[in-house]
Design a binder for this molecule. Structure first.
Ligand SMILES: [Zn+2]
Length: 75
């Protein structure tokens, strides 16, 4: 979120000027946090893709292990 140090205020990306400056004082706002948010979203997307894959593998391994233990108990 764009932060203006002059006004000590956060602005929504839509409320700042088109060149990224503060609508109140004209100071160019810090957009570093915005870039970090984009990065976080990318990381999240990568995790969302890889997490279920590992999770499924873990569940399959657990089911196979428990099934094997069950067969051992019965026989
Ligand atoms: Zn300002």
């Amino acid at each position: 979120m764009p932060w203006c140090e002059e006004c000590a205020k956060y602005y929504t990306p839509n409320s700042v000027n088109t060149d990224g400056s503060c609508p109140q004082c004209g100071e160019v706002l810090q957009l570093g946090e915005n870039a970090e948010h984009t990065h976080d979203a990318d990381d999240q997307e990568t995790n969302d893709e890889s997490a279920p894959w590992h999770f499924k593998l873990m569940v399959v391994a657990l089911v196979v292990y428990l099934g094997w233990r069950f067969v051992q108990l019965v026989s």
